[in-house]
Design a protein around this ligand. Structure first.
Ligand code: FAD
Length: 391
């Protein structure tokens, strides 16, 4: 069976590596012209997320993550500590995960600069068409092209819906913040609660150009922004183009960056404001989510954010993506005589996991963005996939 994977990020690379290991012929088609770097910032470690790297490569958890021992719930406008619970989460970075997965899969069959624009299928094969004009045929296509998946749009006519807020993200290096601010955030996961929106901050590993690993402070600041003119203006870049997903730092208009810094000064107390100001390259991303009625359409399967797209609040979207891939590889190898046989059960299992998680993060987002009670240590808000009551 020849398998094409569309999208070469966390879901796509997990699927590609695991399916190749199961002796399928696998190629990855990634839109980005060069290997990804800097996409996203910090990621909370969940078992599914690091399972491949720890079980299949020499990587150790200590190499790709830093630890924390407490979760703090503060008001970001006054600093008042509303609660503190022991929590031994580890934090990694998108880059550490991506680079580990890509070096394991290798570059030979990882094809950059391939933007999927069209697809078709018949009884014998699937066909993919790329913006470059190239066409590719495969027996099975794993669609891992993210939250705004072209494959899902073509197959199901669906896109995720705007959740009513955006997030600013950034990382501040150690030497860019004072000792007090560093101590305030280091070795902890900190919520900065507000009546209108919220922040989170935590340390992550930062890999230098020479490969050395230091710590940085990662933050996200979620702003409620009405859909329509306000959102359109915020998401319009220096070239006047309305960006659908993210405006990267280089594309931010100076007025938008000035508003971001001004709001930090006016609305946040100093450790939070200082952290936000110290980030070298802050950027803004819309938060959107959505369910799908199915994760399989004939010879196409959808995984990761290209299937059910969750909001980020329980820090397990990437773990869900990796879990989709692990389970898919197991399903396709269950019956050597008929690799397709396991797909229905795979889909059924993964829809249960994805929908339970979507419900959990929608509820958390509603509470966090509107200043409702986010009780310290409430198990309903614990990071991770939702408990589905299934093994
Ligand atoms: P993506 O990472 O979005 O990758 C999709 C890939 O497909 C990209 O490489 C893209 O270039 C490519 N692509 C897109 N369109 C095409 C096309 N037409 N043709 C070819 N290629 C294409 N998850 C966690 O587990 N923990 C966290 O702490 C966490 N924090 C988050 C914070 C924020 C603010 C956000 C927005 C998300 C967060 N997530 C977190 C979620 C996590 O980032 C996603 O769940 C995860 O990246 C999904 O991986 P994916 O491979 O499915 O999609």
């Amino acid at each position: 069976m020849r398998i094409a994977v569309v999208g070469g990020s966390l879901a796509g690379l997990h699927a590609a590596a695991l399916l190749r290991e199961a002796d399928f012929e696998v190629d990855v088609y990634e839109r980005s012209p060069a290997p990804l770097s800097g996409l996203g910032t910090g990621i909370v470690v969940q078992p599914e997320l690091v399972r491949y790297l720890l079980e299949r490569t020499p990587t150790t958890l200590e190499q790709i993550s830093v630890s924390s021992d407490v979760m703090r719930y503060r008001r970001a406008d006054s600093g008042v500590l509303q609660g503190e619970v022991p929590a031994d989460w580890r934090f990694t970075s998108y880059n550490s995960l991506y680079q580990g997965l890509l070096s394991s899969f290798g570059r030979e069959r990882y094809h950059c600069g391939r933007t999927l624009i069209g697809l078709d299928q018949n009884a014998d094969r699937a066909e993919l068409r790329f913006a470059s004009g190239e066409r590719v045929e495969a027996d099975l296509v794993v669609c891992a092209d993210g939250g705004f998946s072209t494959a899902r749009q073509r197959l199901l006519g669906l896109q995720p819906e705007y959740a009513g807020y955006v997030t600013w993200r950034g990382v501040a290096d150690r030497d860019k913040v004072s000792d007090e601010t560093w101590a305030y955030f280091d070795e902890a996961f900190t919520y900065g609660l507000l009546d209108d929106g919220h922040l989170i901050a935590y340390p992550i590993p930062v890999t230098g150009a020479d490969g050395s690993v230091t710590r940085g402070l990662n933050f996200q600041w979620y702003w409620n922004v009405d859909e329509g003119p306000a959102l359109d203006e915020l998401m319009t870049d220096v070239n006047g183009i309305r960006r659908p997903v993210s405006v990267h730092h280089a594309g931010l208009r100076s007025e938008v960056l000035a508003e971001f810094r001004q709001r930090a000064k006016e609305e946040l107390i100093d450790p939070f404001a200082e952290l936000v100001h110290a980030a070298a390259e802050p950027f803004v991303t819309v938060i959107a989510d959505g369910d799908v009625p199915t994760m399989r359409v004939g010879r196409f399967v959808l995984i990761g954010d290209a299937a059910i797209t969750p909001r980020p609040h329980a820090a397990a979207g990437a773990a869900k993506a990796a879990g989709d891939a692990w389970d898919l590889a197991a399903a396709l190898t269950r019956s050597a005589a008929d690799p397709w046989a396991g797909l229905s059960e795979w889909e059924e299992r993964r829809l249960v996991v994805g929908r339970a998680y979507l419900e959990k993060v929608r509820r958390m987002g509603g509470v966090l963005q509107n200043g409702d009670l986010f009780a310290p240590g409430d198990p309903a808000n614990r990071f991770g996939l939702a408990d589905t009551g299934r093994p």
